[in-house]
Design a protein around this ligand. Structure first.
Ligand code: ADP
Ligand code: ZN
Length: 526
């Protein structure tokens, strides 16, 4: 398409330089471009920021006809089209926001063969009218962006995506390229299946971010811990702080500002104008800390973000990887700092259970949450752990908290037996805070009301404090030895293996416990 403007038939490399202004391909781009440009089908798994767009944009220009790009997000389409237009590439998009006469004009251009790339939402593409239009066009290729949307396992399932297999059937001669940054095993299998790409070549880029150092800390006062982290490790640096709720965004931003940090809030409740202003400030100026919900970050390309902090647990390893991956795009050292507690787990489980999702979807979300918890509680290298989640083998990184201070596990069988007996005595019907009160021998109102101050386990756990017991409970939940029954007031209930521990047939090894004896607050998770 594009080469009609150039004196000679260009090769991929010439297009990269003349149109996009980059000196060289990155990673696997060159091979992908050659493969798809030559008519092959491909599945491209590349981390965010890796440069997926060029993998179909250059073949789109190399091949004759218009490239049809399926994309689920209007904002992303518009960004891409604006960027391409500035480079002089003929690109347009059709979605629910396109005005009717504008849409007619775009269709006219497509028919006239003057478009290089046409971005379209999946539901639009699947209409009989659009499929008919496609029959009349010369098509360079189909690119299916954010291909994980095809899978229940992906983080934003779009049922329409599953019907895109129709493209293989109707246009067998047109090359197809599916792209995503989500690469876990199940998602990958779903993409290959639904998009009929079984024969496609798979390009799996490394998801390793060698300059990103992971650190997980146990939550006792998230805001204070965050402030200390910023002040000690990253004073004056640009960073992003992710929170679960809007209220928490507001509170945290205010707290940081009160303590001399240039922080700005960002969440969907703030209104366009404020959000745009804050985003501009964050992008243009140095040393701004954006405190945000996950609404922030899509398409943000700021290379010198020095840290990404999560003060609430992300809902899946994919979310975590994507969000923390916004730090250190410039290749210089950067930090991913995650602060989590048992309450995070409870809160997220509650959100999933209480949502409108189908049962199957809930199970998927819960298992992702489990995987996230396993990352937090691992005693092994964090980077190795997260890469393994993306089916990538690696050596210990040497830079994460666990590599720098390898946690020494200890035989915790005795305290665990005390805890389990106590849970057993209260008939697996009470939440962590109540069980801990009984262990510590606190005869408060709830404990006495149920007569739990009369139990044989009342006060048998005074050798540890509340944080110590919380730490044990969290680790047991992560090991699935305990479960939190959300439907029954967050009661702690036995998982498999508890009886063997109680009978002394099985030992339990845990990571060291927090032993900050000064901490006596009622709710140590917040
Ligand atoms: P992804 O879609 O994988 O998240 P993008 O395609 O948006 O990534 O690319 C991320 C950034 O990297 C963009 O700013 C893009 O212009 C830049 N980029 C991509 N390929 C190259 C390259 N070969 N050389 C230099 N910069 C590149
Ligand atoms: Zn490590």
């Amino acid at each position: 398409a594009f080469f009609r403007f150039l004196p000679l038939m260009p090769d991929a490399h010439a297009l990269l330089q003349t149109v996009f202004g980059y000196p060289a391909f990155r990673g696997e781009q060159a091979e992908i471009v050659a493969h798809v440009g030559g008519g092959g089908n491909a599945l491209v798994l590349m981390p965010t920021g890796g440069g997926k767009s060029l993998c179909y944009q250059i073949p789109a220009l190399l091949r004759e006809g218009v490239a049809i790009v399926v994309s689920p997000l209007i904002a992303l389409m518009q960004d891409q089209v604006a960027t391409l237009s500035e480079l002089g590439v003929a690109a347009a998009c059709l979605n629910s926001a396109t005005a009717p006469d504008e849409a007619r004009d775009i269709v006219r251009q497509a028919r006239a063969g003057t478009l290089d790339l046409l971005y379209v939402a999946p539901e639009r593409l699947l209409t009989p009218r659009f499929l008919e239009l496609l029959n009349d066009l010369r098509i360079a290729l189909f690119a299916i962006d954010e291909a994980h949307c095809v899978s229940h396992w992906g983080h934003d399932f779009r049922p329409e995506y599953q019907q895109l297999g129709i493209l293989a059937e109707r246009f067998p001669a047109v090359p197809r390229i599916a792209l995503t940054a989500t690469a876990d095993e199940q998602t990958r299998a779903d993409i290959l299946h639904y998009l009929r790409l079984a024969e496609a070549r798979v390009f799996l880029s490394s998801f390793d971010r060698p300059n990103l150092f992971y650190q997980v800390v146990e939550k006792h006062n998230a805001k204070k811990q965050l402030l200390a982290f910023i002040q000690q490790d990253y004073p004056g640096a640009s960073g992003i702080v992710y929170c679960l709720s809007r209220k928490r965004v507001e509170d945290t931003a205010q707290w940081l500002v009160e303590n001399g940090i240039r922080a700005l809030p960002y969440h969907a409740g703030l209104g366009h104008e404020v959000r745009d202003r804050h985003q501009r400030e964050f992008l243009r100026e140095d040393g701004v800390v954006m405190v945000a919900t996950v609404a922030f970050g899509m398409g943000i390309d700021k290379p010198d973000v020095r840290f990404v902090a999560h003060i609430d647990l992300p809902k899946s390893p994919e979310n975590f990887y994507q969000e923390s991956g916004r730090a250190g795009r410039d290749g210089l050292p950067a930090a991913s700092w995650l602060c989590y507690g048992l309450n995070d787990m409870v809160q997220l489980t509650q959100m999933i259970e209480g949502s409108e999702m189908a049962v199957l979807q809930k199970q998927v979300e819960l298992s992702k949450l489990d995987a996230m918890l396993a990352f937090c509680e691992t005693a092994a290298c964090r980077r190795q752990h997260i890469l393994a989640h993306f089916s990538e083998q690696s050596a210990p990184c040497g830079h994460c908290d666990n590599c720098l201070n390898p946690p020494v596990t200890f035989d915790a069988t005795l305290p665990v037996q005390k805890l389990l007996s106590c849970i057993y005595r209260v008939e697996q019907r009470f939440a962590a805070s109540h069980v801990i009160d009984v262990l510590l021998g606190r005869a408060n109102q709830s404990v006495t009301a149920f007569g739990h101050d009369q139990l044989s386990t009342f006060g048998i756990g005074r050798e540890l404090n509340q944080r110590g017991w919380r730490s044990i409970i969290r680790q047991l939940v992560a090991k699935k030895l305990l479960q939190v029954d959300i439907a029954r007031g967050q009661s702690l209930v036995f998982g498999d293996g508890c009886r063997a521990i109680l009978k002394g047939e099985q030992k339990v090894y845990l990571r060291p416990l927090a032993d900050d004896k000064k901490s006596r607050s009622a709710n140590t998770d917040r």
